[in-house]
Write a protein that binds this ligand. Structure first.
Ligand code: FAD
Length: 467
């Protein structure tokens, strides 16, 4: 292995090859669930250096685990425990290459932090709408490799729909320049879409061309208290009918999820305390502030009259709007403070969600007395985070070890029965690999394996993840 380490050192410079010292930031995932051990952490600073690293690893038959911001939630971006894999950090590829305001596109390197891309677009009066609670540390490469969703999918789609082109280093170390800024390009198979969502198993994304949008003239935010999930769905339909494409966010937060936020972040105000379900609505408008506010008030007034909303609060300032979003974004952080839980990032037809939650809550409560259910998510996209927390006072790690298989069976059987998906936006990683093998159709799995074998015949790119 010393020969490989010497070649890598020569490729990226001695300071960017880490083999000793504290490598926790690279080897331990965000949830603190998976800790691996890397042969080395290598931090290239350019596409050419990434290609040199991949060529060296391919020649030595050594596996590579690509990593961006290490905020993934399915254990896909950390090495295994063997000490034989190279951790390839993309963080130093962090340059915005170009912004084309007339074409509404931005090209940047894969290690750019999402928030920096949003800011670069905003400085030109433009919007890059991908938005998620980890945006201060996740990277564009990670967003695309995981096909991230977030809070604006309802209007703008997920990362896949925001990407026009990619630059990729292949498993053999060649560079594919597919950085097209075209909105139409029907020249054969869509290679870009193969790499988006492939979680580092087919190639290393080194740069991307992204879609931008005009900044909205006004953004308004509100919270609404609903007594049931049926009422939340009725509110969604009403808001969609009245606001059309102006409805850019529709997030639901269950009572226990907000109780966890109150426990761990007591300073955050909760304007609708006690509501069984709280909905966060966001409207983005091309009209001015006053017209937007009026339209929002009319929607919530109609919802109060229809009886699907019991109470509502509209933000009257940017600060209030940010505090409302903070409530939503603090839920994953509050869960992390509470201890490990059994996570399910699932997609369902919106119409099936109330029935799914009622039946699954009941089945879990019967199987595990005292179980605590954290339910929240992007209801407008039919995407729930349905997480199962140990009964109060029970050790979270022991709970996970004992209950995870049984809990997953109950939850995923119900998801499949409703025509849903076991992964909405977090991907498969190592967390759901077995589940995917069990639940994806054999025909689909065979095609996925054929693609993997064709693009990575030595199985060196993030092996053991996804398939
Ligand atoms: P990493 O965690 O570093 O990697 C993720 C995967 O992509 C790994 O398999 C890795 O090997 C691969 N990868 C990374 N970079 C590259 C590259 N350049 N080329 C090829 N493969 C690569 N996700 C959502 O979709 N929606 C949410 O609302 C959301 N909210 C979150 C909130 C919190 C608080 C946290 C911690 C996470 C949240 N996530 C969410 C999950 C996570 O932030 C996203 O999956 C994000 O896209 C990961 O980006 P990253 O740069 O951290 O990738």
């Amino acid at each position: 292995m010393n020969g490989l380490l010497d070649t890598l050192r020569a490729a990226v410079g001695a300071a960017q090859l880490l083999t000793e010292g504290d490598l926790t930031a690279y080897e331990l995932d965000w949830r603190r669930r998976w800790r691996g051990r890397a042969l080395a952490v290598v931090r290239p600073g350019s596409t050419a250096e990434v290609a040199a690293v991949v060529r060296a690893c391919a020649a030595a038959g050594v596996a590579i685990v690509p990593q961006g911001g290490n905020t993934g939630l399915v254990g896909g971006g950390v090495p295994d425990a063997s000490g034989s894999q190279v951790l390839l950090s993309l963080q130093r590829l962090n340059r915005i290459r170009t912004i084309d305001a007339a074409n509404l596109t931005l090209s940047c390197e894969a290690g750019c932090v999402l928030q920096a891309v949003q800011q670069a677009a905003a400085e030109q009066g433009l919007l890059f709408p991908l938005s998620l609670a980890a945006e201060g540390s996740c990277t564009i490469g990670g967003n695309l490799a995981a096909n991230a969703g977030g809070t604006q999918v309802l209007r703008f789609g997920n990362a896949r729909e925001l990407c026009l082109g990619l630059e990729v280093v292949t498993a053999s170390g060649e560079v594919w320049d597919g950085l097209s800024g075209l909105r139409k390009d029907n020249t054969g198979y869509d290679l870009r879409d193969l790499f988006v969502g492939s979680e580092g198993t087919l190639g290393i994304i080194t740069a991307a061309t992204l879609k931008l949008f005009p900044q909205p003239a006004a953004v308004t935010t509100a919270l609404a208290a609903c007594s049931s999930l049926d009422d939340c769905v009725a509110l969604l339909n009403l808001a969609r009918t009245r606001l059309g494409a102006g409805l850019t966010g529709f997030e639901v937060m269950g009572r226990f999820a907000l109780d966890l936020v109150a426990r761990h972040f007591p300073a955050l105000p909760q304007p609708l305390p006690g509501a069984p379900w709280t909905v966060l609505l966001e409207q983005s408008d091309t009209d001015g502030e006053a017209a937007a506010q009026e339209r929002f008030e009319a929607v919530l007034g109609a919802a109060l009259e229809a009886g699907c909303v019991a109470d509502a609060a509209i933000a009257s300032s940017l600060a209030q709007s940010q505090t409302m979003w903070q409530l939503r974004e603090s839920i994953p952080l509050a869960q992390a403070e509470e201890g490990l839980n059994i996570k399910h990032d699932i997609a369902l037809p919106v119409s099936a969600i109330p029935g799914f939650v009622a039946a699954t809550d009941a089945a879990l409560a019967a199987a595990i007395p005292g179980v605590r259910l954290v339910c929240f998510g992007h209801l407008g996209d039919g995407n729930l985070h349905y997480n199962v927390q140990a009964p109060a006072g029970e050790d979270a790690k022991r709970f996970l070890a004992k209950q995870e298989p049984g809990v997953n069976r109950i939850v995923y059987d119900a998801v499949v029965a409703c025509g849903g998906s076991i992964s909405a936006e977090h991907g498969i990683g190592q967390l759901k690999r077995e589940e995917l093998a069990e639940r994806k159709s054999p025909v689909a799995l065979a095609m996925m394996r054929a693609i993997k074998a064709a693009l990575d015949p030595q199985n060196l790119l993030n092996p053991g993840r996804v398939i």
